[in-house]
Design a protein around this ligand. Structure first.
Ligand code: TXA
Ligand code: MG
Length: 321
């Protein structure tokens, strides 16, 4: 199959209307989208990603009225978050109507819903008369793509179309929130900070899975992982400790002159966690595709998007720990 990369929303709509899957830009990461009402189209998403069927997909739409057509209710607390943060990097787990096929939610009663903030994808969603089920557009377990080129590198030949919306502004997946035992609960830390959420609904619970047998699938410990080994800790010390290996670095704001600049990714010299999050996955990919052997990185400040960065680095480091 030939894979086209272009900016043509009509063409993307054409493929989606024909039951095909198309990669779409969002402000978080690129998604691999198909008609959420069409179980066959959704099955093609799982196939293209080699994703296990137990891992449910997020459904994307363009307006709150549309969300009400897909779910039986929105808890008042979650409705506050929806009003405040949609469109944006927030996914809400909500009780689904029967129009959403079971394959989308892996048989779970709740569906993850999100209104993304990306102008081309919002236009596309507006044109279609169905919502789009879309996981991140990477092979299962690998780092999410934050540009059309990233998607092409891994899914070329498997999908007909990539809608090119440039680089993702946020660069890290959405924060997933739902109700659990009557309390607002965060299931995945992501591009919307917990602090921002707490301003609206007060203190939230965290239900972030760190084990290998998750109750909420996709929260596997080893996830978002490049193929190279990742070591988290004091970078200066680890440069000495691993001096026998060819090293790459992902640091927050310090430039490490011991390492050739092309292998040293300083994510934000100004110390902006937002900028660091936006750069993180591209840095992981570039080092993974280079000839280094080990990626050294550090713990980021445990606040704002730093929490999401630390979560992704930790999961990435699990794979080859
Ligand atoms: O930012 C994002 O969320 C991106 C863009 C494309 O929207 N999507 C994304 O999808 O990251 P994915 O499939 O790579 O990650 C979604 C996570 C998975 O870990 C999945 O297990 C969880 O959300 N999830 C989805 N639906 C769920 C549900 N009904 N109940 C519990 N977890 C759910
Ligand atoms: Mg993913």
């Amino acid at each position: 199959m030939q894979t086209i990369i272009d900016k043509n929303i009509q063409q993307a709509a054409h493929f989606l209307n024909a039951g095909e899957v198309v990669a779409i830009p969002t402000e978080t990461v690129y998604g691999l989208a198909g008609n959420a009402f069409d179980a066959e189209a959704v099955a093609k998403i799982f196939e293209a990603k080699s994703r296990p069927f137990f891992d449910p997909l997020i459904v994307h739409t363009h307006a709150l009225e549309e969300v009400y057509k897909l779910v039986t209710e929105i808890h008042p607390q979650l409705a506050l978050l929806a009003k405040q943060f949609w469109p944006g990097p927030l996914t809400l787990l909500l009780p689904k109507k029967n129009s959403i096929p079971d394959i989308v939610t892996a048989g779970l009663p709740n569906v993850g819903i999100r209104i993304p903030q990306q102008v081309d994808t919002l236009k596309l969603l507006n044109e279609l008369n169905f919502p789009l089920a879309a996981p991140s557009a990477n092979p299962f377990g690998y780092v999410s793509p934050t540009s059309a080129k990233h998607v092409y590198q891994q899914l070329q030949g498997k999908i007909p179309y990539i809608l090119d919306g440039g680089e993702c502004n946020v660069g890290i997946e959405s924060t997933i929130v739902g109700m659990h035992n009557g309390l607002v609960t965060v299931f995945r830390i992501g591009g919307l900070s917990i602090e921002s959420i707490e301003v609206v609904v007060g203190k939230v619970m965290l239900h972030i899975h760190q084990g290998d047998n998750p109750a909420a699938p996709g929260m596997l410990s080893a996830h978002y992982a490049p193929n190279k080994k990742i070591v988290i800790g004091n970078i200066h010390e680890n440069i000495k400790k691993y001096s026998g290996a060819k090293l790459g670095i992902i640091s927050f704001k310090t430039i490490f002159s011991e390492i050739a600049p092309k292998y040293c990714y300083t994510l934000s010299v100004n110390g902006s966690l937002r900028e660091a999050a936006q750069q993180l996955f591209a840095a992981m990919r570039n080092l993974d595709n280079s000839d280094i052997e080990i990626i050294l990185t550090e713990i980021f400040p445990d606040e704002g998007l730093g929490k999401a960065i630390n979560d992704r680095l930790t999961r990435a480091s699990f794979k080859r720990a």
